[in-house]
Structure formats: structure tokens, C-alpha cells
Design a protein around this ligand. Structure first.
Ligand code: ADP
Ligand code: ZN
Ligand code: ZN
Length: 741
């Protein structure tokens, strides 16, 4: 009988996840042992018995057979949460590629020496009247940070320290200052345990009939033992979050825990405080500003049962709850749910697998669902619910499409159409607010020569440099900077100019036309500082400006009831992004941007400026008609075999030398072609960004209706690559890509 070997990771809760050790599988465990199982193994010189997790099984011994030790037996006890994570890692490795170690590092928190967990809380000590008085004084004296903190503490007397410093953007010196005067107190609890379950607290809201209908149906299935995925399709403000909160509350009442994923950009204080009001210190927030140690603490809290809910971006999925009951993914269509590091997993798919492994249900929410989710819902694989009405009041805005070609013909060379100019003047006069949105997704502003066509590029990265204030030109990938050119370096012509309308230029043009308008701008430059994103939005919400100009960043987050005009300049820039999701992205961005107008009592208007007024993504976005958009878009995907109609595997090749990269790409493609006829292969070609930091990038694509077929090809290529002695990073796989490579 053939010997079998298991890769075992020793005691992952205390040591660095480093490498697995190989053990022989005893006869009695053959056919029983599976990935994720916990086993006892002899370890080290003294052969002390240690616990370990099986991460893989093979028939090949890696070291000399006589030196391979044998697994002692299955470890006693329940299946701990680590076993689920190890299985999830194995699933991710198989589905998305990469090594088991890469997958394990993704799902397990970075280790650090275990020290006492501590949790700090900021509490109000003064009475409400005195505190209110002090707050007013702070407002008068423009001590905004103190005023903000006092305002929040008046609403809620205890706030987690980390929420105050990270999400409220209040410095520790402000806190120390107020504490020194005895206004507030910072409490520290070691090994924090909440004596009372605060869940169930908070403002109990009467759900609408539709909302409670959704809750009832999902819970009914849950209690009947059905675990599945649901999609709530509802515009922003239709009450989805309220449904999530109610579901989480019910799930907690059943002794379970919940994970809530939201895009990092939407992880604002407003969102977090809403959950905090309901779940108090039983909720934790995970975000990218936490250190590895802090993240590890969060995981420990989850494992110890100190929290019931975690909110965070993609990686919050790997919070090790002992009894996971529900995973919520808000804005499920966002492309940040796809990881750009190997394994390039999608959080939606991974959440479904995690839910399957741990007996949980999944709830997705979006105003513009991904084609993936909506097609599954239409086929009945997901439960589908619609929320049609905005609960915050206000009606859908009036939307106008302006043809920019016609504007030019009639002699208007401005970046603002005549209609938009008229409406801007009107709003400024009435003191209502305006948002101007530049759809720059997938588009990089560039400078070119009007005579020879030469485009000024980064010497390292092969991307066009973009123009910045102060006569500088910048590379957005590597940060290379040079003075702006006045004369074409190639032909000597003086007709060199920016071809772009960036947010800066829009601001300048706007101020030329309306010198008295108060303008805020939000883009990658103005939000480089960690908290400036929220500061700008807060300033606009406070009415400190008439106009907010920004990139796709401004379409999320806050509600601005005084915004009655949204202008979308050059709506089709994102249509030129050169990937199959361009129309979907354009539809999503336009729908979201248009949805910003008329949130309050006053009706809103939206102007979409475009060179392609007949494009279906623009027409349907203007009508806020998701269904119609979906029907056209899915036809296109079916016709061209793009996801979700088929699956697509990108093989990404990275090389220091161009010729070597190209050769490798061709040879891998040929191998795939020889072995798997009937699979459609596209490329290889230089990636859309052909070079980043002296690394050349190539790619080829494969399409098949069968996911397993693509996995087979991936594994086959992986084996080939393994024999070539290449660096691991030289070839990477991206299944059903979301981002352009
Ligand atoms: P979404 O998550 O779909 O954007 P929210 O749950 O945030 O929607 O709800 C939008 C607004 O409507 C919020 O201010 C919320 O407090 C309010 N709201 C939600 N449900 C109700 C309800 N049943 N009754 C009154 N107001 C509600
Ligand atoms: Zn030139
Ligand atoms: Zn560069």
C-alpha cells in the first residue's frame, strides 16, 4: 500500500506561520485525515507531543523517508476555529493560486507575543449641563476637536478610545487635556470583558413593513436551518443598514457572531457610530490604520468571545469568531473586495465558502449589484429582495444628458456646458450646494505634443506623467518627478499641452467664472493625509463651501441634504478604461453620483456631460434603471464570454528583462494550448501598464465556462513553473479579474 504524507503546521496560535512539516500518515488515518484537521505529532529533538493542523496531503516525501516521523493521532476536542481557517486557506489556494503558506498568511493574523489585552474607554465625568456649556465655549473659541469630542460624549457617555482617535480624528493630547481638567476620564480595562451584554440597546427603530418582511424571511430560513446567500438590492438611503443591524441583533440573540464588510472608503465615523449605538463595546472596527499587533488583539477578542460584531474591509472576513452566524457585505459591487495580492481572492466568494464551512448565512447589499451577484439572484441561487424607496425623503432627481460634441459645434469650448453653467449660477445665487464629479477612473491625465503626438512618460514605468501645480510633472506609480516641459523633447515643437481636465483645472476654471464661489476639492492629492478625506467631507456638510469638486471618492459616504445640483463632467472617461467591466463601472459611478442630488427636501438636478450620449450605460444611469442596464450588459458578457457568463483566468508575468518576460509568456501560453484544446486563449500581450519600477509586465487570458477547467490549467502551469526554478512572484494568477492588469 502506498505511503501518504501530510503537511502539518505546528500550533499556529503561538508561532509564526512559517512552514509546514511533513509527517507520515498512519494506516488507521488513511482516508480519514483531511486538510484542516487537528493532529498530535512528535516535534523537535525530544519528540514532545504538539498539536498541529494538516494543511495538505501528498504521496511524495520531501526528505529521506527514514527521517519522516509519524502522526500520533487525531487531537482531542472540538473543531476549533483555526481548523475552519486552514480549510478556507486550502480552498483559496486551490481556487485562486499561490502557495499554501501565502493562503495561510492571508487568513491567519500576523503573530506577536501574547500580552495582556487592554481596552480603553473615554467617559464623560461632568454633568450634561456643564459639559454642554463647555462645548459651546469651545465652539466659540474654535476649539473644534474638543467641541466635537464633547458633542459625541453628550450623545453617548462612553466611547471606545480607538474610535475617538482613529475615526473621530481627535488627538491624544486633546483627550489628555480634557482629562486633566476632570471633564472626561480614560478608563483602562485589562482583559476586557463586558459585564452586561449591551446588544439590544440603542434607539429601537420601527422598521418599515418591507424592511421587517426581509428580516422575517431571512430569519425564518435561518431558524429552519437553511444557510444561503441573500442579495438586498436597494438604493442608498433605502434602509439596508437598518436591516443588517436588525439581522445581526437577532443572530447575536441566538448566540452567534457577525462580520460586516464595508469598503474602506465608507468606513466613516458615521457608519461605525451607528453600529456602536446598537452593540456598544461588543462591536470592534478593523481598518488599515491598525498595526499588526492591534489587529492581532482584535482577533484574540473575537476568539475569546469579547465581541460579537466586527466591521471592516475585506480582511475582516478572517476574524476568528467561534460561532459565526452571519456575514454582511455592503456595497458588494465594489472592486476593493478583490485582493490584488496572491491569493487574489474575492471577498464575496470567500465569504460564501467561509459561511459554508462555519454554518453561517451571507447578506449582500448594493444599489448597483455586480453582474455576478445579480445573475445568481435571478437564477434563484441567491434570495433576492428589493428596497425601492428612499427613507430619508426627497425624490429622485431630474437628469439631463448633454452632448459635448454639440456644445463644441455651437462654439462652447468651456469644460462646462451651457446648461451646467446656467444651473451653477442659479444654485450659487440661491445658496444651495453643488457637487462636480470628474469621472477619472482608469484614465490618467497626460501631456502630449500636438505636432508629433509624443506623450511625456515616466522613464521608469511607461505610464504618462501628469501635470501638477507649481510646474511639476509626476508619476503616480513610482513617484518620479520632473519639471514640466515647454518644448517637445522629440521634435522641438512648442505646441505641448495638457490634454486633461483634472480636478485642479476644474477648480481654476470655476473660479475664473464664479470668483466668489467657495470651493473644496477632493482627489488623491488633497486626501494624502490620513484623515483629510473625512475632514473635507465634514467641512462641506457644515456648509463651509458652495461647491465640492472631486473624483469618484466624493460619491460615497456622507449625505448632503443641501446639494441640489450634481454635474458629471466627461462621463465617458471611464468607458475608455479598456476592460470588459468598463460599462458596469461607468453605470455604477454615474448612478451613485446622480444619487447625491436632492437628498433633502429640495428637489435635485443632475447634468451628465458626455461624448457618447447614446451609450446604454449612460442612458440607463440617467434613468436610474438598473434592470435595463443589467439586461443589456449581460447580453454583452454572454456574447463575448466574459464573467459572469464564463470564467476568465489571467496569467500575469513579471520580468526584469523585456525579452525574457515575453518569451516566458509565450512558452506558458503554448503549454496551456497544447494540453487544453477547446479553451479560448487570448494574448500574450504587454499589460495595460507595461512596466512598473523596471519590472516588465505581460499577460495572457483564458476563458472557459467551467471554473474547474481553469483550475486544472492553473495547476498544470504552476507545476511547470515550479520546475523552471523561477521566483514565485514571476508568474501570478488572477481568476475572474476585477482590476485591469
Ligand atoms: P442604506 O443602508 O440603504 O443606505 P440606511 O439604513 O442607512 O439605508 O437608512 C437611510 C436613512 O433612513 C438613515 O438615516 C436611517 O436612519 C433611516 N431609516 C432607515 N430605516 C428607517 C425606518 N424604518 N424608519 C425611519 N427611518 C429609517
Ligand atoms: Zn513633438
Ligand atoms: Zn514611474
Amino acid at each position: 500500500m502506498q505511503e501518504l504524507y501530510a503537511d502539518v503546521i505546528i500550533d499556529i496560535s503561538h508561532e509564526k506561520v512559517d512552514r509546514p512539516f511533513q509527517y507520515r500518515i498512519p494506516e488507521k488515518l488513511r482516508g480519514i485525515l483531511e486538510t484542516g484537521m487537528c493532529v498530535d505529532v512528535p516535534f523537535g529533538k525530544g519528540n514532545t507531543l504538539r498539536k498541529g493542523y494538516v494543511t495538505g496531503i501528498s504521496a511524495q516525501p520531501e526528505i529521506e523517508i527514514s527521517r519522516v516521523k509519524e502522526i500520533r493521532g487525531l487531537a482531542a476536542g472540538d473543531v476549533p476555529v483555526e481548523a475552519v481557517m486552514v480549510r478556507l486557506a486550502a480552498w483559496m489556494k486551490r481556487r485562486y493560486g499561490g502557495t499554501m503558506i501565502q493562503a495561510l498568511r492571508t487568513v491567519l493574523p500576523a503573530k506577536r507575543p501574547v500580552k495582556a489585552l487592554e481596552r480603553k474607554t473615554v467617559c464623560l465625568r461632568w454633568g450634561h449641563e456643564e459639559a454642554e456649556e463647555l462645548r459651546n465655549e469651545c465652539i466659540r473659541k474654535h476649539r473644534t476637536a474638543q467641541a466635537r469630542l464633547l458633542g459625541e460624549l453628550l450623545e453617548m457617555e462612553r466611547l471606545p478610545y480607538e474610535l475617538v482617535t482613529s475615526r473621530l480624528n481627535i488627538s491624544s493630547s486633546t483627550i489628555t487635556g480634557l482629562a486633566g481638567r476632570g471633564v472626561i476620564r480614560v478608563e483602562t480595562q485589562e482583559q476586557y470583558r463586558d459585564p452586561v451584554k449591551v446588544s439590544g440597546q440603542g434607539p429601537k427603530r420601527q422598521l418599515s413593513a418591507r424592511q421587517s418582511g426581509i428580516v422575517r424571511e431571512i430569519l425564518g430560513e435561518y431558524d429552519a436551518g437553511t444557510r444561503r446567500t441573500y442579495l438586498i438590492h436597494g438604493i442608498t438611503g433605502s434602509g439596508k443598514t437598518e436591516v443588517y443591524i436588525e439581522l445581526i441583533r437577532e443572530v447575536i440573540a441566538r448566540g452567534k457572531q457577525a462580520i460586516v464588510l464595508i469598503p474602506e472608503i465608507a468606513l466613516t465615523y458615521q457608519t461605525v457610530i451607528r453600529f456602536y449605538r446598537y452593540f456598544g463595546s461588543r462591536v470592534s472596527v478593523l481598518n488599515s490604520s491598525l498595526s499588526a499587533g492591534e489587529k492581532y488583539d482584535q482577533c484574540k477578542r473575537a476568539e475569546n468571545g469579547d465581541i460579537d460584531v466586527i466591521i471592516g474591509p475585506r480582511s475582516a472576513l478572517f476574524t476568528p469568531f467561534p460561532n459565526l452566524g452571519l456575514i454582511v457585505i455592503d456595497e458588494e459591487h465594489e472592486n476593493t473586495y478583490k485582493s490584488e495580492n496572491t491569493p487574489k481572492y474575492h471577498a464575496r466568494e470567500t465569504a460564501e465558502e467561509l459561511a459554508r464551512l462555519s454554518g453561517a448565512s451571507v447578506v449582500l447589499g448594493s444599489a448597483t449589484p455586480s453582474l455576478e451577484a445579480y445573475s445568481r439572484a435571478k437564477k434563484g441561487q441567491y434570495g433576492l429582495f428589493g428596497l425601492k424607496e428612499r427613507l430619508t425623503g426627497g425624490c429622485l432627481p431630474e437628469v439631463y444628458i448633454v452632448d459635448l460634441r454639440e456644445e463644441l459645434k455651437s462654439g462652447n469650448r468651456s469644460i462646462f456646458s451651457l446648461l451646467l453653467q446656467q444651473l451653477i449660477a442659479d444654485r450659487l445665487q440661491r445658496g444651495e450646494q453643488i457637487m462636480l464629479f470628474l469621472n477619472r477612473r482608469g484614465y490618467t491625465g497626460f501631456i502630449s505634443c500636438r505636432e508629433c503626438g509624443n506623450v511625456i512618460k515616466c522613464p521608469h514605468c511607461d505610464v504618462s506623467l501628469s501635470e501638477h501645480r507649481g510646474g511639476r510633472m509626476l508619476c503616480h506609480y513610482c513617484g518620479y518627478e520632473q519639471p514640466a516641459v515647454r518644448i517637445c523633447p522629440k521634435c522641438g515643437s512648442r505646441y505641448v499641452s495638457g490634454f486633461r481636465a483634472g480636478t485642479q483645472q476644474i477648480e481654476e476654471k470655476l473660479l475664473e467664472m464664479y470668483p466668489r464661489a467657495r470651493v473644496l476639492r477632493m482627489d488623491a492629492d488633497t486626501t494624502r493625509k490620513k484623515e483629510s478625506y473625512e475632514e473635507i467631507l465634514a467641512a462641506f456638510a457644515n456648509g463651509e463651501a458652495d461647491v465640492l469638486i472631486g473624483t469618484q471618492m466624493i460619491v460615497k459616504g456622507h449625505d448632503f441634504p443641501n446639494v441640489t445640483l450634481v454635474g458629471i463632467l466627461a462621463a465617458d472617461m471611464s468607458l475608455a478604461a479598456g476592460d470588459f467591466r468598463a460599462a458596469e463601472r461607468t453605470f455604477q459611478l454615474l448612478t451613485q453620483a446622480a444619487g447625491r442630488a436632492g437628498r433633502g427636501e429640495k428637489p435635485g438636478e443632475v447634468v451628465i456631460q458626455t461624448y457618447q450620449p447614446e451609450h446604454y450605460s449612460i442612458i440607463h444611469a440617467a434613468r436610474q434603471d438598473y434592470e435595463a442596464f443589467y439586461e443589456e450588459e449581460i447580453l454583452y458578457r454572454e456574447l463575448l464570454h466574459y464573467p459572469p457568463a464564463a470564467h476568465m483566468l489571467t496569467v500575469q508575468i513579471f520580468a526584469r528583462e523585456e525579452a525574457a518576460g515575453e518569451k516566458l509568456a509565450h512558452s506558458l501560453k503554448d503549454s496551456a494550448e497544447e494540453r487544453y484544446d477547446g479553451v479560448q486563449i487570448i494574448g500574450p500581450a504587454a499589460a495595460s501598464i507595461g512596466r512598473i519600477n523596471y519590472i516588465f509586465r505581460f499577460a495572457f487570458y483564458m476563458k472557459s465556462e467551467k471554473y474547474d477547467k481553469l483550475i486544472e490549467i492553473k495547476d498544470y502551469l504552476d507545476e511547470k513553473i515550479g520546475k523552471m526554478q523561477l521566483k514565485r512572484e514571476s508568474v501570478q494568477f488572477d481568476m475572474d479579474p476585477v482590476n485591469v492588469f
